[in-house]
Design a protein around this ligand. Structure first.
Ligand code: SF4
Ligand code: SF4
Length: 168
């Protein structure tokens, strides 16, 4: 059961994540390996795209993304509605750890900042740490916002919802 106090504050503004960037070393993601980042630095790298909350299937050793989403994703803000309680409420919700980033087959989207950095790429220009705006992931159409997605509560057969979006 989900209690009311478990839900994210509906007034939460994701821009607050970037309000105190001056206390971090500039471009810290270029200066340290992912393994050496502090918890706060690690958290800042998440661009808030929501694409890791799509349901996936593993078929013949490959991950197939579907356009079905976890019931707890707010598809407008792309935020988890129960972020602080996600692991206790959703047993298959995955923590984004370095091991998860390196898992094969890859299950994070190609645009995921962790996957990009771990594979030698830089952050894209639309990443909030580059643009300074939490909304740039949405404005550049790199998040789930505005896409046709279906809550997992309405799905019978996930295979009917496999998608081949270029950014997955
Ligand atoms: S895919 Fe990566 S960058 Fe996007 S929300 Fe998930 S962890 Fe964050
Ligand atoms: S519970 Fe996990 S999978 Fe579901 S929306 Fe939250 S972070 Fe995403």
């Amino acid at each position: 059961m989900i209690n009311k106090q478990d839900w994210i504050d509906e007034d939460y503004d994701p821009q607050t994540r970037y309000s105190d960037l001056a206390k971090f070393e500039p471009e810290f993601w270029k200066k340290k390996p992912l393994e050496s980042l502090s918890k706060e630095e690690w958290e800042l790298l998440c661009d808030g795209c929501g694409k890791c909350c799509l349901n996936k299937l593993e078929i013949r050793g490959k991950i197939k993304f579907t356009n079905t989403v976890c019931r707890f994703l707010d598809c407008n803000s792309c935020l988890c509605k129960i972020y602080e309680h996600r692991f206790e409420k959703v047993p298959d919700c995955r923590d984004i750890t370095i091991e998860a980033v390196r898992e094969k087959p890859r299950w994070l989207p190609k645009t995921c900042a962790y996957w990009l950095l771990d594979n030698g790429y830089d952050l894209p220009s639309w990443h909030p740490l580059i643009s300074g705006k939490a909304s740039s992931v949405h404005q550049s159409q790199n998040s789930l916002k505005g896409r046709t997605v279906i809550s997992e509560t309405e799905v019978r057969d996930y295979e009917d919802y496999i998608v081949d979006w270029p950014d997955l």
